[in-house]
Design a protein around this ligand. Structure first.
Ligand code: GLA
Length: 374
């Protein structure tokens, strides 16, 4: 018996850049998914979730790859991880998995990556200790893409595995997916200590679910690929300047590309400010500019997210933006600790006036990545 945990994440900046070979800057949340494992004598794998009492799903390890369509959607995340280990030639024995998630589902905080990474880490420790962190991230991502049917990039799984407490993770996705490690410049832990500066990071969960399996995310990916193809470039990472985008004939595709190109610049700017040890208040305006770009150029925001961001800024936040894939989910706001309650109340009141459901608000600090706890 053992227990492993993996966290959700918020991305400080760098949205929809991961599948364009660009840069991201997430932190891990103090909210985790727990995966308890009890080994079995037979070759069966079962999964139970505290969030779905009475629904145990069981299958033979060897039959998982063909069993996807019979498995309920929620169980495809953990069982997809098992299937992916097997597909890569690892011998996985029988086990009972017990899941318990504290990352809000559908809030854009990567509850699914927390789930898949907690299972992946457990299976690595128990059955495949030679698997590297990079492979682990790839296994979790492949399980989500191929088995659960959610077309994610590598942001969420990388955050869940690589983040460390007290730091933001600067990840250069191109370098990382090409095989570079931290020494090769693929990623870097940048100190991100808001408490010392009297600041807090407030999460505002709009309660409107963000769902990757709906088509909007996949359509944005296709438009980004089309933009790179129109420019004759391997990816939007390779665009030298926004002016080059004039060569894209389709106005909508051009705006999608402009978001990605300007967002990469914003990630580099924020990373540089934090590296220099500047006052974190200075990143606020960059976060807000990121929101405007997601709202107007990438068009993945919602009226509730826009209201959360605008109200947070009006009531004293240094910057605010939606996080994650969009079409619902959460926003973050960078606020003076003394103002956190004022900002949260203002957002709640404005939501009530606008007829939106009551948002959930909470403060987060950069927490540890996935690890064994027991
Ligand atoms: C979702 C995906 C990530 C990333 C973000 C947007 O969270 O899972 O891979 O693309 O959207 O930044």
């Amino acid at each position: 018996m053992g227990e492993w945990v993996a966290p959700g994440r918020v991305n400080i900046i760098g949205e929809h850049t991961d599948y364009n070979d660009g840069f991201v800057l997430p932190i891990a949340l103090p909210l985790v998914v727990r995966c308890g494992v009890r080994l079995r004598e037979d070759e069966q794998i079962s999964v139970t979730s505290r969030q779905r009492p009475g629904h145990t799903v069981r299958a033979a390890v060897s039959e998982l790859s063909g069993a996807r369509d019979r498995i309920p959607a929620w169980a495809r995340y953990p069982l997809g991880v098992v299937a992916e280990f097997v597909r890569r030639g690892h011998r996985v024995g029988g086990a009972d998995l017990t899941l318990d998630g504290a990352v809000p589902i559908g809030a854009g905080l990567s509850s699914s990556a927390a789930l898949s990474c907690s299972v992946a880490l457990a299976l690595r420790d128990l059955f495949a200790p030679t698997v590297t962190d990079r492979e682990l991230i790839d296994i979790a991502r492949a399980a989500e893409n191929d088995y659960a049917g959610a077309p994610t990039g590598v942001l969420d799984q990388s955050a869940a595995v690589l983040c460390t407490a007290g730091h933001a993770l600067f990840l250069d996705v191109r370098q990382f997916t090409r095989g570079a490690d931290a020494d090769g410049g693929a990623y870097e832990q940048i100190p991100f200590d808001l408490t010392r500066s009297g600041l807090e990071l407030l999460v505002i969960d709009t309660g409107q679910p963000h769902r990757l399996v709906d088509g909007g995310y996949a359509r944005r990916r296709a438009q980004c690929a089309a933009a790179a193809a129109a420019l004759g470039l391997p990816s939007l990472r390779d665009v030298a300047s926004v002016a080059d985008l004039d060569r894209i004939a389709d106005g909508e595709v051009r705006r999608r590309a402009r978001h990605v190109v300007t967002e990469n610049v914003r990630v580099l700017a924020v990373a540089e400010k934090l590296r220099e040890g500047s006052d974190p208040r200075e990143i606020g305006s960059v976060l807000s500019a990121g929101h405007v770009s997601l709202r107007d150029d990438f068009e993945v925001s919602t009226p509730a997210l826009d209201t959360a961001v605008a109200t947070a800024i009006e009531s004293g936040a240094y910057g605010a933006r939606m996080v994650g894939g969009g079409f619902g989910g959460s926003a973050i706001a960078l606020v003076d600790r003394a103002d956190t309650a004022i900002v949260a109340d203002a957002v709640r009141e404005q939501f009530a006036r606008s007829g939106f459901p009551r948002p959930r608000t909470f403060v987060v600090v950069p927490a540890a990545g996935a690890h064994r706890v027991d």
